[in-house]
Design a protein around this ligand. Structure first.
Ligand code: GAR
Length: 232
């Protein structure tokens, strides 16, 4: 059957769009560096991002060792994953600390004790203070479930639904004092479908998080290794 010219164009366009990556910036090669980077992971929840970091290391997509998983909540599921993959973990319960500062200091002490080079907040539901931010300048990153600078703070996925945006996503960024405001390392866009519930949307956002977080870690690790060489 002969195809209408316009129809062909339209099909071609949608085909091209499908081929476009929704991740930006997107490099077809994973940044390489050595030796392995020593990671400290901070988590408060299910730990799916933590698990994908572990899987990326096992798959040799990420040249890293996890020195420690630190959780602030004794009931968080990330602990079960640490046990499953035999990753050392410690619970530093903020409810047992008299102040945010005291909690931050305990976290900081643990990270320094283990000579952690890069700290990844992977579902860490606490604001960190200046001591940690300055102590790990350019070495502290966070993943957030929106296309920053839109929808900072709590329940970013619900915020996007409430605002009726049609595209949201996830962002990995450096951590600075103002919440969810540091320089962006990598983002992935996720369209919101009409039939989406919060749960279905969250699932698609997290699928992208699991891809971009290991990529962002590689990028930052490469910068750390390069700047160390430059300073020698
Ligand atoms: C992730 O979706 C992450 O973006 C979000 O918490 C979830 C943790 O999931 N973080 C924030 O909202 C931080 N403001 P996980 O425990 O399964 O990795």
């Amino acid at each position: 059957m002969k195809q209408d010219k316009n129809e062909y164009k339209q099909n071609k366009l949608s085909y091209d769009l499908k081929e476009q990556s929704l991740i930006s910036p997107f490099d077809s090669t994973i940044p390489l560096y050595s030796p392995k980077i020593r990671l400290g992971i901070l988590a408060s929840g299910n730990g799916s991002n933590f698990e994908y970091i572990v899987k990326s290391i096992k798959n040799k997509q990420l040249n890293a060792d996890i020195s420690i998983l630190i959780v602030n909540n004794p009931n968080c599921l990330a602990i079960k994953k640490a046990i499953k993959y035999k990753i050392p973990f410690v619970i530093i319960n903020h409810r047992e600390c008299s102040s945010r500062f005291e909690h931050d200091m305990l976290v900081m002490k643990k990270l320094e004790e283990l000579s952690v080079e890069l700290v990844v907040m992977a579902g860490w539901m606490r604001i960190v203070g200046e001591e940690i931010i300055n102590g790990f300048k350019n070495r502290l990153i966070n993943i957030h479930p929106s296309l920053l600078p839109s929808f900072k703070g709590v329940d970013a996925i619900q915020q996007a639904i409430d605002k009726r945006v049609t595209i949201t996503g996830c962002t990995v960024h450096y951590v600075q004092k103002e919440v969810d405001s540091g320089s962006i390392i990598i983002q992935a866009a996720v369209p919101i479908k009409e039939q989406d519930s919060k749960e279905t949307l969250k699932k698609r956002i997290q699928d992208m998080e699991h891809i971009i977080l290991p990529l962002a870690i590689s990028k930052v690790a490469k910068n750390i290794r390069t700047s160390l060489k430059d300073n020698k």
